[in-house]
Design a protein around this ligand. Structure first.
Ligand code: PEP
Ligand code: MN
Length: 342
């Protein structure tokens, strides 16, 4: 059970909650009290505790509903990664290949240079790839992480890469600036807990069959374990739209305004895994920014036709600059309209 207490915590309320044995977390706007060990604490968060609480409260059931990710807890989270602020109102662009690839020349360095020149803020590249087929390229693992780190250092750009399990997570923490938890692992609760113990920010991707509340509750697992630097990433969900003309995943853009209403966490859009084809990335990126997204994650490759993973949806660096400029323009336009209340 969680209890959300609206205004600040009075001494009296603090006493009541402490006596009831619950943990509680104080946000800017209110507190979230949690009884997470049912056996030990028993039924101490019962109606009499609730009745005693002063300052108003919302009682929420055990099955669903969010606490620490909610707007009632906090208005806004800005995640700072080596000086790059995610969620401050200016969109950030994450770009780079789907996978870090073994090549003769220095692939990650040249892509880092190219995306940085085009205005990207963060460099991506997967070293542990969740692939549908075991016969597909599954990533360079630690060797890849080293290349990503080196490219990030040379070109002074923060890095993000996916961790698929707890062992990989400690490696990712060592080499990269942001931990990515992929769509397939959104409900891997032990991985979420482990990421919650990290001091590195986490980009959490929406599971392909997760609803919005489940998505937020996954973020809540990370926050509850101790890490409040969580960025949500919508990358489309599986629907009945699976014909030849349909996108790889169905991107429900209404997720952005819904999440903006419900949570203080930044939300970014990954148009690449949503669309599956590079020709749609520009238009969908524009609509993501107009919808209020805090940034974009775009797969970018120097030679998409030869990419070892997701080449069909990867754009070339020369096409990234236009999206970076569009993002700035469209977010300023939306801000001006909001100011004019139009
Ligand atoms: C990725 O970003 O590399 C990826 C695998 O995406 P998703 O988890 O959204 O499928
Ligand atoms: Mn990919």
């Amino acid at each position: 059970m969680i209890i959300k207490v609206r205004r600040g915590l009075t001494n009296k309320n603090r006493e009541i909650l402490e006596k009831a044995g619950g943990k509680f977390f104080e946000g800017d706007n209110g507190i979230v009290a949690i009884r997470d060990n049912f056996e030990k604490i028993g039924d101490m968060f019962d109606k009499s505790v609730l009745k005693e609480l002063r300052g108003g409260y919302d009682e929420l059931d055990e099955k669903g509903n969010v606490g620490m990710t909610s707007k009632m807890f906090k208005d806004k989270t800005i995640v700072n990664v080596k000086g790059v602020e995610i969620g401050n109102g200016s969109p950030i662009i994450i770009a780079g290949p789907c996978a870090i690839e073994p090549t003769e020349d220095n692939f990650m360095n040249s892509i880092a240079k190219a995306v940085k020149e085009q205005g990207a803020n963060i460099l991506r590249g997967g070293a542990f790839k969740p692939r549908t087929s075991p016969y597909s390229f599954r990533g360079m693992e630690e060797e890849g992480l080293k290349l990503l780190k080196k490219a990030g250092e040379i070109f002074n750009i923060p890095t993000i890469t996916e961790a698929m399990n707890e062992e990989g997570l400690s490696m990712v923490e060592e080499y990269a600036d942001i931990i990515q938890i992929g769509a397939r692992n959104m409900s891997n609760f032990s991985l979420l807990k482990a990421a919650g113990k990290s001091n590195k920010p986490v980009v959490l991707k929406r599971g392909m069959s997760a609803n919005i509340e489940e998505f937020l509750l996954a973020a809540e697992h990370i926050m509850y374990a101790g890490n409040s630097n969580v960025i949500l990433c919508e990358r489309g969900i599986r629907t009945f739209a699976n014909g030849a003309l349909d996108p790889r995943n169905t991107l429900d853009m209404s997720t952005v305004p819904i999440l903006k209403e419900e949570t203080h966490l930044p939300i970014i859009i990954d148009p690449s895994h949503a669309c599956g084809k590079r020709e749609y990335i520009k238009a969908v990126s524009r609509s993501a920014i107009v919808s209020g997204a805090d940034g974009l994650m775009i797969e970018t490759h120097n030679n998409p036709e030869e990419a070892m993973c997701d080449g069909r949806q990867s754009i070339e660096p020369k096409d990234l600059g236009g999206i970076v400029n569009d993002s700035k323009l469209f977010s300023e336009m939306v801000r001006s309209l909001d100011e004019l209340d139009m």
